[in-house]
Ligand binder design. Sequence first.
Ligand code: ATP
Ligand code: MG
Length: 394
Amino acid sequence: MFSSFLIKYAEIGVKGKNRYIFEDALVHQIKCALKGCEGSFRVSKTPGRIFLDSGSDFDYDEVIDRLKHVFGIWGICPMVRLENMPPEELYAEVIKYFGETYPDRNKTFKVSARRANKSYPLDSMELNAKVGEALLKAYPELKVDVHEPEINVTVEVREQIFLYSEMIPGPGGLPIGTNGKSMLLLSGGIDSPVAGWMIAKRGVKIDAVYFHAPPYTSERAKQKVVDLAKYVSKYTGPINLHVINFTDIQLYIYEQCPHDELTIIMRRYMMKLAEAIAIENDCQGLITGESIGQVASQTTHSLLVTNEVCTLPVFRPLIGFDKEDIVAISKKIDTYETSVLPFEDCCTIFVAKHPVTKPLLSAIKKHETSLSEKIDELFKTALETREIIEVTPY
Ligand code: ATP
Ligand code: MG
């Protein structure tokens, strides 16, 4: 029965003079999210409100699912749009709406009327009373509860009149594109997809880089990362995934450097390569899934040494999260099942039995000098031979 939706947004509402930028971005993101859905749609905005109207048959569940992936949406209210009409006719419409929406009338309810159109003959208070009265008369099983009603029948009287009573929660956050762009270091693990999702939720557009080490890591490990990027892209829109062949750099570090420092030196090169790609693609930051103390390369000492190679800010949204908290989000965003598939990522191949947990920056830098002969060339080749996969959500 619903062909219109009121889209509620939260944080955008407080953006003052810049509000229109956020609203326009949200309208744009809603349009992008609906691309490929069956049906024709119109997204429009009036002050403080965004509407989605369908002009033809559409798959309700599909549309709701798409909207649930659009950052900036606080709630989706399926609504009935009525032409302006006198009160008596409006009561009849509300009764009809209620009857069709709630077959079980053994409920508590209240009416929340808002008269924005001051020329309407009844004000908000009068509407509350009269519409409530009409509903009670039509459905005597109903009970009024103004504090915690099961059903809140909202009647907004504007140029037209809107009726709605449900709000399907959206993901919150800010629309993609309102906060620049960052480069996600995306591995096949649980953490990095969640980290990317969290930063994207603040309106940041995302591209990604994956370090692949064939033949030590398989094609399936790479496919797993593409699949993860696909899940994340349902929220972020298309992601350019840069797949870097990291094998030669990794082997060279393995040959030249102390084995207990392998991971940390390797991570420094990952960050450097990611930063080069980030800068080339106009990103303002890098994103990783690091969390303090999770593994040897994520102690505060290790993070200091890894971070030292970067000039861009590194966003680490999971830094204070316990693993269970991260797992909970990865389940919510549907990446968990894929993340736990058992394919090695390139970090896990060359790990030493006892990696340093308190690397000393000066020692690491000194040991890195033994890479000086070939590393620049390898670095350049890694960048030049990368594969770029455009990952789209559907
Ligand atoms: P994740 O679950 O995200 O794989 P992790 O707990 O396995 O993380 P590490 O392997 O130490 O931790 O990696 C820390 C971070 O470095 C990851 O969250 C990711 O951002 C980045 N990273 C690690 N390996 C790769 C890779 N092969 N390609 C791209 N980024 C990587
Ligand atoms: Mg990992």
